[in-house]
Design a protein around this ligand. Structure first.
Ligand SMILES: *Cc1c(COP(=O)(O)O)cnc(C)c1O
Length: 464
């Protein structure tokens, strides 16, 4: 036994082995040393447990070291194929950017840019200068600013406009968005006092009138984006609220959540109040996300009255919540696409995916079907079926978009088989994420760019 253990090479011998040269060059001396120690420790353990095991060669040990380092070097954030049927999936990173925005990100990221530099004057500039006029042009707002996301936009606007004072909001709008964003909690963190009014299902103009006090600083209306109250309901319109605000000299702020700049009816979807409509109705400040219906990068846009925007820009919190040069580059390019509404549905992936008709999705399902069925032969049957996709990210929660899916049903009808198939799709080099429902797995192809992408991705599925 002792002699067998003595045959295990030293760390130095493996380090200088020609078989390790390439690994050494890419991972460096220190990481290689640690990994070799790990491999040798395991070998020693194996030998002690079973003295018949063959002695590994130096080349074997170098190979094991390389494999260990490669596994350890895996990057966790990876591209996946979203076939969940939710177009703007928050857990899967929401909007996919158009290629023009990608090019702009790369350009800004790889070098110096005039982020806060006025090229004409040769002086310090403001990062909002690159984007403020464009937002104003598209929304009709006097002024605008951009922060990290819409949650930040709401926090910053409330803190800038109503710190230490009261904000009136309808009980029906005290929403929670995705677990960690709840209006009452954001209000607290903004250092404002929430004054809730009306009932969950019905709020009237007189409820606002009664709630307003000398301590009131702001009226807030939140778009209840992820649920809908139906039945015996009543809420106060933006125009009525703006009117109440004017009579009491109080600004009206609207958190639109998704916020769209186009009439979604033009794309076969249900109407969602546009940013322009809400501003025209009299809102003084609106906030909305960059990566929901807008189809851009993660960002929060604040648009509205110049005096209020200036107040927001002067808040030191703005610095903590500001966006970087890559976001500004991408957002500018996405917003520019809105100057040509006719080309929008083809140029902007989010709108392209949302407006896609089943007739254009079905041929992809037919092309992928034989490949997927082949990979799952014996384990499951695959059929094409009609499904309903969702917009996601809270937008139009009840609006369902007719779509086409591949339906995977386990041959043995067992849930454990279905779970295993779902897990092997997630374990592919480019993971495929679907939706489990009623004993089957659905791959909704609305968000698939081409059949080829999925056919390539599922190669090797049968081996898992
Ligand atoms: C999504 C949403 C938010 C949060 O926006 P993020 O961009 O995710 O930070 C806030 N308010 C409403 C109404 C929303 O729908």
């Amino acid at each position: 036994m002792k002699s067998v253990l003595q045959s295990i090479p030293s760390v130095d011998r493996i380090l200088s082995s020609p078989a390790l040269a390439a690994t050494l060059a890419s991972h460096g001396h220190s990481r290689c040393t640690t990994a070799i120690r790990e491999v040798l420790k395991q070998l020693r353990k194996d030998l002690l447990a079973n003295d018949n095991s063959a002695i590994a060669t130096d080349a074997d040990i170098a190979g094991m070291t390389a494999a260990l380092l490669a596994a350890d070097n895996q990057i966790s954030l990876t591209r996946v194929i979203n076939l969940t049927g939710t177009v703007l999936h928050t857990n899967l990173g929401r909007a996919s950017l158009p290629s023009s925005a990608m090019a702009a990100i790369e350009d800004a990221a790889t070098g110096a840019v005039n982020l806060e530099f006025d090229l004409a004057q040769g002086q310090r500039g403001d990062r909002d200068d690159h984007i403020e006029n464009l937002i104003a042009e598209l929304t009709g707002a006097e002024a605008a600013t951009v922060v990290n996301n819409n949650a930040a936009a709401v926090l910053l606007a409330l803190n800038s406009l109503a710190e230490g004072r009261e904000v009136c909001i309808s009980r029906g709008e005290l929403v929670e968005i995705g677990g960690s964003f709840r209006i009452p909690e954001v209000m607290q963190k903004s250092n404002c006092t929430l004054v809730e009014l009306g009932a969950t299902n019905r709020t009237h103009a007189k409820d606002y009138e009664q709630a307003i006090s000398p301590e009131t600083a702001l009226l807030l209306k939140v778009h209840t984006s992820n649920y809908e109250i139906r039945g015996f309901t009543q809420d106060v319109s933006y125009a009525e609220l703006a009117d109440i605000g004017r009579r009491h000299a109080l600004p009206l702020m609207a958190d639109l959540g998704s916020g769209t700049l186009v009439n979604l009816e033009d794309y076969g979807l249900e109407h969602e109040p546009t940013v322009q409509e809400v501003l025209t109705a009299g809102a003084d400040i609106v906030t909305f996300s960059g990566d929901k219906l807008l189809g851009g990068p993660q960002a929060g846009i604040i648009a509205g009255r110049r005096d209020l925007i200036n107040k927001i820009k002067r808040n030191p919190l703005k610095r903590a919540l500001r966006v970087d040069k890559m976001t500004i580059a991408a957002l500018t390019h996405v917003l520019r696409l809105y100057r040509n509404p006719d080309g929008l549905a083809s140029a902007l992936p989010t709108l392209r995916n949302l407006s896609r008709q089943p007739d254009s999705i079905r041929p992809m399902a037919e092309a992928v079907l034989p490949h997927l069925a082949g990979q799952l032969q014996g384990r499951a049957s695959v059929t094409i079926c009609e499904v309903a996709s969702q917009i996601g990210s809270g937008a139009l929660p009840l609006d369902k978009l007719p779509s086409i899916a591949l339906r995977i049903e386990p041959a043995d009808g067992r849930d454990s088989t279905l779970q295993a198939i779902s897990a092997s799709l997630r374990a592919l080099p480019t993971p495929v994420i679907g939706r489990l429902h009623d004993g089957a797995m659905y791959l909704d192809l609305r968000t698939l760019e081409t059949a080829e992408i999925l056919i390539v991705a599922i190669q090797g599925l049968s081996a898992s």
